[in-house]
Design a protein around this ligand. Sequence first.
Ligand code: NAD
Ligand code: UD1
Length: 312
Amino acid sequence: MKALVTGGAGFIGSHLVEYLVAQAIEVVVVDNLSMGKLDNIKQSDNVKLYIEDVRNESFMQALLQREKFDYIYFLAAVASVADSIERPCETHEINQNAVLNMLEFIRTAKLPIKQFLFTSSAAVYGNLPELPKNEDARVSPLSPYAIDKYATERYVLAYGELYQLPTVCVRFFNVYGPRQNPSSPYSGVISILTDCLRQGRVFTMYGDGLQTRDFVYIKDVIQALWLITQKSTHHQVFNIANGRELTLAHIIKTYEKITGRDLKITPMAGRLGEVKRSVASVGKLTKLGYATNWSLKQGLTQYWKGAQCETS
Ligand code: NAD
Ligand code: UD1
């Protein structure tokens, strides 16, 4: 079996690569290292890394033609909502057009894939009041990032139905864990919190801290992705989350307790285009056999332990 993981040197992608290799799957990674890191990919005979841009159509087409992948996991993206608001056109090329071009090539070249999995986001649900969000809930994408994710989902599902391609979409809620890159002000909040607590840096808090998110530990996410790969899931959408709604203020308190450190906080106005409350129903995923194994406390404790090893 052979898999392509775009964005495989990034946070979620690199954990997926590790897992696939452990299942004896041959893995090819395409990543331009804009956020990913070489160190995230462990040397193995079963992994080949191309430092390339998914927008490079001729490269991607030659790769697909040559390698004949069984599974394609499309994770490459500019993953930040705030960054997409800064540069909507550039992020659109990556977050939507690169995916569409790949689907079109798979269709026209009649490549015999077993599954094409697209990683969408909870951001598509926006600020509509119904909570928790199930996959059939109304959507209201508020940012270029969320618009691209939703529109691309529709392409992925329509390609599946119209051209009989085995496609599936997942909507990640807020994933956290080791290897999430904290280097950008647009990075995932738990990676930034970890960095601030480690280095005694000041944390900028946007808004009142009462915004909520459904934080899910990376190991639960990989469990979910593998279930979706193994089961009959074509042409469907799955939430991947923990199923608990927690405020940012609560996350900070819990993390302070775990680390025994106090976070220095500078308050700032809330960010534009953000979702205020977010929590998933994971009923559909649970029916596939999914069960969350990592509470917030367990996940943060494990993440902090790893971060401490990196420091020493
Ligand atoms: P990440 O930034 O760590 O990973 C994305 C990877 O894509 C990075 O390694 C980056 O270098 C690479 N990349 C970016 N642009 C590229 C390009 N033009 N060509 C090739 N590679 C490129 O982010 P992540 O958190 O691992 O996110 C993975 C996927 O999951 C993304 O599609 C993201 O939108 C989605 N997602 C993430 C979360 C989350 O909480 N982390 C939630 C919802 C959805
Ligand atoms: C995150 C993901 C996005 C995903 C979405 C799904 C990243 C970078 N973003 O976006 O890919 O689609 O979940 O729900 O992985 N905050 C601060 N200070 C900071 C950083 C963040 O207060 O320094 C706040 C933000 O304003 C926000 C909350 O923390 O209210 C979470 O922010 P962030 O981690 O960027 O997540 P999302 O915007 O939810």
